[in-house]
Design a protein around this ligand. Structure first.
Ligand SMILES: *Cc1c(COP(=O)(O)O)cnc(C)c1O
Length: 448
C-alpha cells in the first residue's frame, strides 16, 4: 500500500471529496500486485489460488486479480455473475455455498464450474444431475467439517463440532461412510475444507487441512488408485489490523503447513487455496471528511461519514474488528499528538454508529480528514442499506512516474437507483410519484 499521507494529498488535489462525495474507498492496485506476487512466490507451483469474492466483489478488483493469475471462489449466483463479468471462465470458478438450489447446482455442473458439496442431501441432487450431464467437467467433492474447534471470533469459526458448514467428519460412523460415498463415485476427485478466518490460529487451520489430507490418503488407499487428485484448503489467513506490517505472511503460513501437513507438499495433489481478506484487506482504505466536532461529557465527538453503511462489522462487533483511524488537517497534513479521547461517529441514526469509540486522537476540527485503514476486504464492497445511504464511491490507485492516478471503479449509487430499489414502482397510493423530483440531487448551492 502506498503511504497514506501521499494518497490523501493526491486525493485532495484531485478534489475527490466534496459535499456530496463525503467518503471514498481506495484500492491500491500496486499493493494488490505485490500481495499476489508474494502469494504465488510462497507456494509451490502445483498450488493455484482462488480469490474469495465475498471479500471484495467489485468487478474491477476481480478483473485485476484474474489478470494477476487468480481463480474465483463464489458463494451465490450473484457472486458467480460478478466473476463472469470480470472475465473468469466457468472452469476458473469454484462454487461454495452451504445452501445451493437445484438451479445453482445445474448451472455449475452444466458449465464446468467446480462445486464443494455441503451435505448428503446435496449429493443426492448432484447424483441426479451427473446422470443428466454425464460429460460434466466440474470438479466435485465434499466440504469437510473437520470439527477441530473454534478460533477467537465465533462468527468466523467454521470448524466447531456443530458448525453449519460441511460434512461432520468426526461424528460417529461418518468417517467410514464418506469413504464409501467416494468409493461409489469415481467422479468425486476433490476434498475441501475452510476452517475459519480472522481469529483462527494457523495451527488450527493446519489441523483442519491435515484432516482432509488424511482422508484423501485413506480414500486413495481403499480404492487402490489415486481417486483424490485435488485438495481445496480454503482461505482464512488472518490479517493484523494494528499496524502496516503484514502479519502473518503467506510464507509464515506455508511454514506452519509444512510442519503440520507435510503430505500436502508431496506433489501428488493439485491444491487450491481460497484467500479473501489476506489478499485485499491491507490494500484498501477509506477517507472521510470530518463534518463537525463537538465536546460531550468531556469527550471529543467527531461527526463523519464512515458509519455502519461501510463499516458494518466493526460497528456491530467493535472488539473483534477494530480499525486504525488516522487524522489529517484540511490540507492533508498528518496531525500529531494522539491524546484526546474521541468517539468517531458515522452518519447513521443509532448511538452505536461509531467507527472508533474512546480512542486517543488529535484535536480535530471541522474540515479535517480521517483515514480508516485496512478496509479492502468486507468494508466498502459490502454495503449495508441502513438509513438509505448511498454505496461508497471507490477508486483504484496506481503510481506511474511518481504520480498517483485515481480511476473510479464504482460510483456512488444514485438517488434514482435508491428510490427504485426501495419499491417506488410498486407504491400503491395515488400520491406516490413514479418519477420523484430528487430535490437533494438537484441542489447545486453549496456554501463553502
Ligand atoms: C469466506 C470464505 C473464504 C475466505 O475467507 P477469508 O477469511 O476472507 O480468507 C474462503 N473459502 C470459503 C468457503 C469461505 O466461505
Amino acid at each position: 500500500m502506498h503511504a497514506i499521507e501521499e494518497i490523501i494529498k493526491s486525493a485532495l488535489e484531485q478534489k475527490l471529496l466534496d459535499d456530496k462525495s463525503t467518503v471514498i474507498g481506495i484500492m491500491d492496485y500496486d499493493g494488490l500486485e505485490q500481495t499476489v506476487t508474494q502469494l504465488h512466490d510462497s507456494f509451490p507451483p502445483y498450488f493455484s489460488h482462488a480469490f474469495a469474492v465475498k471479500a471484495n466483489p467489485l468487478v474491477s478488483v476481480l478483473a485485476k486479480l484474474r489478470e494477476l493469475g487468480m481463480l474465483a471462489e463464489v458463494a451465490s449466483p450473484g457472486e458467480l455473475e460478478l466473476s463472469l463479468a470480470a472475465g473468469f471462465a466457468p472452469t476458473e470458478i469454484i462454487f461454495d455455498s452451504p445452501t445451493k438450489t437445484w438451479s445453482d447446482l445445474e448451472t455449475c455442473i452444466k458449465h464446468g464450474i467446480s462445486i464443494n458439496m455441503d451435505n448428503e442431501q446435496e449429493l443426492a441432487r448432484v447424483d441426479a444431475l451427473m446422470q443428466k450431464y454425464p460429460n460434466s467437467i466440474s470438479t466435485v467433492g465434499f466440504r469437510i467439517n473437520p470439527q477441530v474447534g473454534a478460533g477467537g471470533i465465533s462468527s468466523t469459526s467454521t470448524a466447531t463440532s456443530t458448525s453449519k458448514f460441511g460434512y461432520a467428519l468426526r461424528d460417529e460412523g461418518k468417517y467410514e461412510y464418506i469413504i464409501q460415498l467416494y468409493k461409489d463415485r469415481p467422479w468425486m476427485t476433490s476434498i475441501h475444507t475452510h476452517a475459519g478466518s480472522q481469529g483462527c490460529a494457523l495451527e488450527l487451520i493446519g489441523e483442519a487441512i491435515k484432516s482432509i489430507v488424511d482422508l484423501a490418503e485413506a480414500i486413495n488407499q481403499q480404492v487402490g488408485y489415486q481417486q483424490i487428485t485435488k485438495l481445496d484448503i480454503g482461505g482464512g489467513l488472518p490479517v493484523n489490523f494494528d499496524s502496516d506490517e503484514v502479519r502473518p505472511t503467506f510464507a509464515d503460513y506455508v511454514r506452519v503447513l509444512h510442519k503440520i501437513v507435510p503430505n500436502l507438499f508431496s506433489g501428488k495433489y493439485h491444491v487450491k487455496t481460497e484467500f479473501g481478506r489476506a489478499i485485499t484487506a491491507k490494500n484498501g482504505c477509506m477517507i472521510t471528511k470530518v463534518e463537525y466536532v463537538k465536546q460531550s461529557g468531556g469527550r471529543q465527538i467527531a461527526q463523519t461519514h464512515v458509519g455502519v453503511q461501510v463499516a458494518t462489522r466493526t460497528i456491530y462487533l467493535p472488539k473483534d474488528w477494530p480499525l486504525r483511524v488516522i487524522a489529517f488537517d484540511s490540507s492533508g497534513n498528518r496531525k500529531t499528538s494522539y491524546n484526546h479521547v474521541t468517539d468517531v461517529g458515522g452518519p447513521c441514526c443509532f448511538s452505536g454508529d461509531l467507527v472508533a469509540k474512546g480512542r486517543d486522537l488529535p484535536v480535530l476540527e471541522s474540515g479535517d480528514y480521517l483515514a480508516v485503514l485496512d478496509t479492502g476486504a468486507y468494508y466498502f464492497s459490502a454495503h449495508f442499506d441502513y438509513n438509505s445511504i448511498p454505496t461508497t464511491r471507490v477508486f483504484a490507485i496506481s503510481k506511474r512516474n511518481e504520480v498517483i492516478s485515481f480511476d473510479c471503479i464504482r460510483e456512488e449509487s444514485t438517488m434514482q437507483e435508491l428510490v427504485i430499489r426501495m419499491g417506488a414502482n410498486h407504491a400503491v397510493s395515488d400520491s406516490a410519484k413514479k418519477s420523484p423530483q430528487m430535490l437533494w440531487q438537484q441542489n447545486e448551492t453549496v456554501i463553502a
